[in-house]
Write a new protein. Structure first.
Ligand SMILES: Nc1ncnc2c1ncn2[C@@H]1O[C@H](COP(=O)(O)OP(=O)(O)OP(=O)(O)O)[C@@H](O)[C@H]1O
Ligand SMILES: [Mg+2]
Lengths: 253, 286
């Protein structure tokens, strides 16, 4: 086989992989080898998804989930970048906040669900807080390390040219650390979806994960799997979208 | 890559406060400066009681073996390093921080990677609050002068090392500093590029009337460029001797073949050889 033929073979296999998987799932599910109620075939899942969308409920759930993720992500990122620049640049901030952040960072954000319910009840702010909490530490650490990797020579060059202190932090140090911050932000995108799941499972009145939980209680397994497919698609799109944005964020590369 | 200095730009420099200084006035006064670095392994005396003065418009070279404290001394004039003892004064005022009156060209180009050639050069004037039109005029003049008009919108990482160093020089000049501090700016360049850059620097200097302190460990470079060469000892850095070059200007590379040049070179070489040997042994002993 030539190089080209092999390449074409791999492409063909890649294109067929998902359809083959779906067909096999359909066959297994309908052949009574497994319990079709617990493992509904893809066609049933597709119908459930379609009904969900048609009823208008999907749009409501999607909006609720995306709003939580977006709010928590934006707030967590801003706070993470600001604190990262402060601790990365000023040893006094680092000496004080570093130990605190390093103590809190390893606790999985999901473990905060019980206390967040006590603090915020089942309100939106509690869910946004959980996402914020998950995003903050990742972004903070990447900004902190990024700032420390900024060439000190660049800062000297800027000072020599008369750059005021505020511009030094907001422009030279921020842009110098930006390539590292962007990597942290991308990791934070998937973290924000993990924490969203915990936040909605803990109690909500709408949302993709909330719908999955309700469907589970009603033994609507098609709907449960449909919810998972929807969640997977959304976080996949968010990751890809962010990757595209982040390439443009570091525009000089 | 010939650089044609633009007369119109040089003309626009008139009115710089330092221009009105008499040629004899002392601009940089380094008196009894010692600089010490403290680290976990103990303290290192990098500069040991150094004194010298640079007059307005003078071109002075600091020549010395590796590790003798040349960069440290230059950093003290720039305001990046505080003397442990003694004082650096510029125009009578003690230096406490870096400032746009002292332009610096570093050993590496250190351009802002996120800024185009034009924006790198424009950074200083923008920080000083110059109007948009003024900034554009300064930047365009300097881009023309360094011969990078075609690359005005290029980002630094797409330029060669020599081109980056030219941008770095233009950036340092953009604030029209009275003093230009240069730390082995041509150290990383090949011989041909280096000769061209040296010629351009001399032309720039005579047009701008800037005071230049130029660090190098290359004897020929020091004599070719300077009015005076300060020869430094091995670490801890002291000034061993001041050599008045006294060769006529304008200078051109043909000067390197003249007997007077060879004589000065011999004088420096004898001093430097002994010190380099010492420096080398010190590094091994550490
Ligand atoms: N930040 C620092 N911390 C500790 N020691 C330092 C520091 N910077 C310089 N030194 C020491 O000070 C001495 C002088 O260093 P400096 O960089 O000024 O030498 P130099 O003459 O510029 O050498 P080169 O020609 O190799 O650039 C050296 O012994 C060096 O080890
Ligand atoms: Mg040096």
């Amino acid at each position: 086989m030539t190089e080209g033929q092999r390449g074409r073979l791999y492409t063909t296999v890649a294109i067929l992989s998902v359809p083959i998987f779906l067909v096999m799932w359909e066959i297994v599910s309908r052949s009574h080898i497994v319990n079709a109620v617990l493992f509904p075939p893809p066609t049933v899942v597709a119908v459930a998804l379609w009904e969900w969308i048609e009823s208008g409920q999907f749009a409501v759930d999607l909006l609720a989930s995306v709003a939580r993720v977006a709010a928590g992500f934006v707030l967590g990122s801003i706070a993470g970048i600001v604190f990262g620049i402060l601790t990365g640049q000023f040893p006094l901030f680092s000496a004080f906040l570093g130990p605190i952040f390093h103590l809190l960072r390893p606790i999985p954000p999901i473990a905060f669900v019980p206390i967040v319910i006590l603090w915020f009840g089942l309100s939106e702010s509690g869910k946004i807080f959980l996402v914020f909490w998950g995003v903050f530490f990742t972004v903070w650490l990447s900004a902190h390390l990024g700032v420390q990797k900024v060439d000190r020579g660049l800062i000297r060059a800027a000072q020599m040219l008369g750059t005021p202190r505020r511009r030094l932090l907001g422009e030279i140090i921020f842009l110098g650390a930006l390539p590292y911050i962007v990597v942290g932000l991308r990791t934070a995108v998937s973290i924000s979806f993990y924490t969203l799941v915990a936040a909605e499972l803990a109690g909500a009145f709408s949302g993709i994960v909330y719908r999955i939980e309700i469907a589970q209680q009603n033994m609507q397994t098609g709907q449960v799997l449909g919810g998972l497919v929807a969640l997977g698609l959304i976080s996949f799109l968010a990751d890809r979208g962010f990757a595209a944005v982040s390439q443009r964020a570091v525009w000089w590369r | 890559m010939t650089l044609q200095p633009k007369n119109e730009f040089a003309g626009s420099l008139g009115g710089t406060p330092t221009e009105q200084l008499s040629a004899k006035a002392v601009e940089i006064d380094v008196s009894d400066v010692s600089i010490v670095f403290n680290s976990r392994k103990g303290s290192v005396v990098a500069v040991d009681r150094v004194s010298f003065q640079v007059r307005h418009g003078e071109f002075v070279c600091l020549l010395g073996p590796s590790g003798c404290g040349k960069s440290t001394l230059l950093n003290a004039i720039a305001g990046f390093e505080r003397p442990y003892d003694g004082e650096v004064r510029v125009l009578g005022k003690a230096v406490t921080a870096p400032g746009p009156d002292r332009g610096m060209v570093f050993q590496q180009p250190l351009l802002f990677p996120w800024k185009s050639v034009r924006s790198n050069i424009a950074h200083g004037p923008v920080m000083l609050g110059k109007s948009r039109a003024e900034v554009a005029k300064i930047a365009d003049g300097l881009i023309d002068m360094i011969g990078l008009t075609r690359f005005a919108d290029a980002y630094p990482h797409t330029l060669s090392g020599g081109m980056q160093q030219r941008v770095s020089i233009a950036r340092a000049l953009a604030n029209r500093p009275g003093i230009l501090l240069m730390d082995e700016p041509f150290g990383a360049l090949d011989a041909q590029t280096r000769i061209i850059m040296q010629e351009n620097l001399l032309r720039l200097w005579s047009e701008f009337g800037t005071t230049i302190v130029f660090v190098t460990h290359d004897i020929e470079e020091a004599i070719y460029l300077a009015d005076r060469v300060l020869v430094m000892s091995a670490s801890p850095g002291q000034i061993l001797r001041t050599i008045d070059v006294g060769l006529p200007r304008p200078r051109s590379p043909g000067l390197l073949l003249e007997p007077e040049f060879t004589l000065l070179k011999g004088e420096c070489f004898a001093l430097i050889k002994q010190q380099s040997q010492l420096a080398f042994e010190q590094m091994g002993a550490r």
